[in-house]
Ligand binder design. Structure first.
Ligand code: HEM
Length: 211
């Protein structure tokens, strides 16, 4: 008998959607960067090494994270949860550090601060999630994992906003300003939504007030 609760069903549907979007935008990003001539940077040390490391370490993050939110898997196979978690933490830390380098030295000046901040926050959320797991504070662990995964999905948010930019940023006519606005919006907006959901809303609710 299938006794998955409606809440879990919504979570799984949402995770499946995120996986599909991740696969689609990852395919486009790889196609653009690794299979388009002259997009790899001038030499191996300057860029290519960083692009390849960034991608390799980001892969377990992108496809490992959704597994971590499946309650049944956590309960029935805690070892799998721990193994995927370790791969996630190592992958996210290296991917964040390489992102900081790539973004900080990137050609778009307006994007540099935004990407470096995203990378630093991604690193912080990931390490905080790991520390909270070790300390067995699972409420805080879950909250920091959600924050970390939200930032990892900048890969998706940024490109989704690019595809719909004529609707989302129609009021920004200058192309460079539009790029910068999109770069900031791609992580600030998802993070605000997540903070509202996991932090502000519970604090405003009666349940939280009583406890
Ligand atoms: C797990 C999630 C992620 C995956 C799978 C991923 C994958 C990729 C891929 C395939 C590329 C090459 C395509 C391109 O250059 O446009 C790339 C580039 C890049 N990524 Fe990520 N990424 C992820 C998360 C992030 C995050 C969170 C940041 C920001 C901190 C970031 C920053 C960058 C930067 C700065 C570049 C180079 C862009 C450029 O040189 O124009 N990535 N990433």
């Amino acid at each position: 008998m299938n006794n998955t609760s409606p809440r879990h069903r919504w979570t799984y549907a949402w995770l499946a959607t995120l996986c599909a979007l991740s696969a689609y935008y990852l395919y486009r990003a790889i196609n653009y960067r690794y299979f388009t001539p002259a997009q790899q940077g001038p030499d191996f040390v300057a860029k290519q090494f960083w692009y390849v490391s960034h991608l390799l370490f980001a892969l377990p993050v992108l496809f490992g994270a959704p597994l971590q939110f499946i309650a049944e898997l956590r309960q029935r196979a805690p070892r799998v949860h721990r193994a995927v978690g370790k791969a996630y933490v190592i992958g996210a830390c290296v991917a964040a550090l390489t992102a900081i380098y790539l973004g900080g030295t990137g050609q778009y000046e307006g994007s540099r601060l935004s990407i470096v901040l995203t990378g630093l926050l991604w690193l912080f959320f990931t390490l905080a999630a790991w520390r909270m797991a070790v300390a067995r504070n699972f409420m805080a662990h879950r909250a920091f994992m959600i924050r970390s995964y939200t930032l990892a999905l900048v890969l998706v948010w940024l490109r989704l906003m690019y595809d719909f930019q004529d609707y989302l940023f129609f009021y920004v006519k200058n192309a460079d300003l539009r790029d910068t606005t999109r770069e900031w919006a791609s992580w600030v907006l998802p993070l605000l939504v997540v903070e509202f959901w996991i932090s502000w809303r519970p604090q405003l609710s009666n349940r939280q007030r009583l406890s």
